[in-house]
Design a protein around this ligand. Structure first.
Ligand SMILES: Cc1cc2nc3c(=O)[nH]c(=O)nc-3n(C[C@H](O)[C@H](O)[C@H](O)COP(=O)(O)OP(=O)(O)OC[C@H]3O[C@@H](n4cnc5c(N)ncnc54)[C@H](O)[C@@H]3O)c2cc1C
Length: 464
């Protein structure tokens, strides 16, 4: 008889853990999975899903404004936060139920408690006296928001608390201009909150293509968001019913709430990873190989805890590859190239492949094709906002290395373009594709002229 209670023990029932646990159980493994908060993890409970629902809610303000150009008017427009957040919670509860039932149906045993390793085969569950033993362990414990270390740090809220607010503040300061910061800036601004974004770098959305960064910042400022770059924070004080954020420059500003959107760190504390001999990297993440195997042969890790590409579809893909490798006798490495991603700010970003800057840094000689235009809908709506489409093309091979879109439906457009990039499509193949008219996406297959940097004017600094 096996000396193990389970073939697989999964720590964390988020995007990665649920997928791996379900697949392994369906492949005949005896599986247990521990979750210390709520089944579904970050994405379902306090990430992608509730965030996207808030994005939808926040965009009605501009939709109503645009509707006037199409002849619609209404004198009775009001917004009620408790209605929106209540409905979001109901949907999250529904999904939480579906995820739980999916695991149960597959035959995985669910333990709603904290789990930690005692060694590489032994798991201690916080709600049980006796530890359990498993042949294979999967760490899928995700990550959590990082809060800046400064006096008054306890006053920050994080993205987690944004989903629990009983009422909206009149104003909010968002520290950090990564994708989560920019998305919440658009959500709050759309819902009528005065938003200030504080960023220590010189432009929002580090690592995205520069045209997207400049374009989205310009549009968000135009929509009334105060974006302050090159600004370092020093201290956060309570100030009456709100908070006062002090900068290193000596200036300060006040708001009803201050949100720290300053990155996330892997959940590797209190997991007993040292006891099991699992190596951690510089950021506290679990170090894994292309099969998601850690430094210990029978211990694997997937998702945000490995800090590779921290997105839900990536965690799910890594989990699927893990189950194939370990429980279906099909070694499956994970390819992290050309992962499409979005920023659900307003305007929205969709992007896949290399930014122009990254392509050049990697030594590619590139041709740039780009167009900035006012979408048809905005012409009648009277909205003075441009959409941007950009292709980064390798000059030698004609391969499209990057596709970047800013504007309505950018995420939907780029999801499809990602298939072409994954297949190694060339610019000539984009050009040979018939346009779908009238659409915004058709611009990607009708980009005929290479973009050339404007020649500096004689007598200007740049020309000197
Ligand atoms: C605000 C926000 C918005 C996001 N938006 C998007 C988006 O639009 N698109 C996208 O692709 N990604 C988005 N993400 C990222 C996405 O949510 C994560 O990449 C994804 O959830 C990672 O899945 P995971 O399985 O690695 O971890 P998680 O989903 O975080 O699951 C880990 C689970 O492990 C549990 N756990 C941790 N330690 C233990 C323990 N010791 N014992 C028991 N249980 C434990 C946790 O409670 C958690 O439920 C967003 C994230 C945030 C925060």
């Amino acid at each position: 008889m096996s000396s193990y209670d389970y073939d697989l023990f999964v720590i964390g029932a988020g995007s990665g853990g649920v997928r791996a646990g379900r697949l392994a159980a369906e492949l005949g493994a005896k599986v247990a999975i521990a979750e210390e908060y709520r089944v579904g993890g970050t994405c379902v409970i306090r990430g992608c899903v509730p965030k996207k629902l808030l994005v939808y809610g926040s965009r009605y303000a501009s939709a109503f404004a645009d509707a006037r150009g199409f002849g619609w008017s209404s004198s009775d427009l009001r917004f009620d936060w408790p209605t929106l957040i209540g409905n979001v919670h109901r949907e999250v509860d529904r999904l939480n139920g579906i995820y739980t039932r999916t695991l149960e149906k597959a035959g995985a045993e669910l333990h709603l408690t904290h789990a930690a390793l005692e060694d590489n085969n032994t798991v201690r569950l916080a709600n049980r006296d006796k530890p359990v033993r498993a042949r294979t362990i999967l760490i899928a414990s995700g990550g959590h928001p990082q809060i800046p270390k400064l006096p008054g740090a306890e006053h920050f809220i994080t993205s987690n608390e944004c989903f629990q607010l009983e009422q909206l503040p009149e104003s909010i300061i968002i520290v950090g201009a990564g994708y989560i910061g920019m998305e919440f800036a658009s959500i709050f601004a759309g819902l009528g909150v005065h938003v200030t974004v504080i960023h220590r770098g010189d432009q929002v959305l580090r690592n995205f293509d520069m045209d997207l960064r400049d374009g989205v910042a310009e549009a968000m400022v135009k929509r009334g968001i105060d974006i302050r770059v090159n600004t370092e924070i020093a201290r956060l004080d309570k100030d009456g019913a709100g908070y006062r954020l002090h900068f290193k420059s000596g200036d300060n500003i006040r708001a009803g709430l201050v949100l720290a959107a300053t990155g996330r760190v892997p959940n590797t504390m209190a997991l007993g990873l040292q006891k099991a001999g699992v190596d951690l990297g510089w950021n506290g993440h679990v170090v894994v190989d292309e099969f998601s195997r850690t430094s210990v042969e029978n211990v694997y890790a997937v998702g945000d805890v490995t800090d590779r590409v921290n997105l839900t579809p990536v965690a799910i893909h890594e989990a699927t590859a893990f189950a194939e490798t370990v429980f279906n006798n099909t070694p499956t490495p994970v390819d992290h190239a050309n992962i499409p991603t979005a920023v659900f700010s307003d305007p929205e970003i969709g992007t896949v492949g290399l930014s122009e800057e990254a392509a050049r840094e990697m030594g590619h000689v590139v041709d740039i094709y780009k167009i900035s235009f006012r979408p048809l809908k905005y012409a009648v709506a009277g909205r003075d906002e441009k959409m941007l489409m950009k292709l980064v093309v390798d000059m030698q091979s004609d391969k499209v290395l990057g596709c970047h879109v800013l504007g309505p439906d950018a995420a939907e457009i780029v999801q499809m373009a990602a298939i072409a990039l994954k297949m190694g499509a060339t610019k000539a193949q984009f050009d040979a594709t018939m346009a779908l008219h009238p659409s915004a996406g058709e611009e990607l297959v009708t980009l005929r002229h290479k973009w050339e940097a404007p020649t500096p004017m004689a007598g200007s600094d740049a020309a000197a």
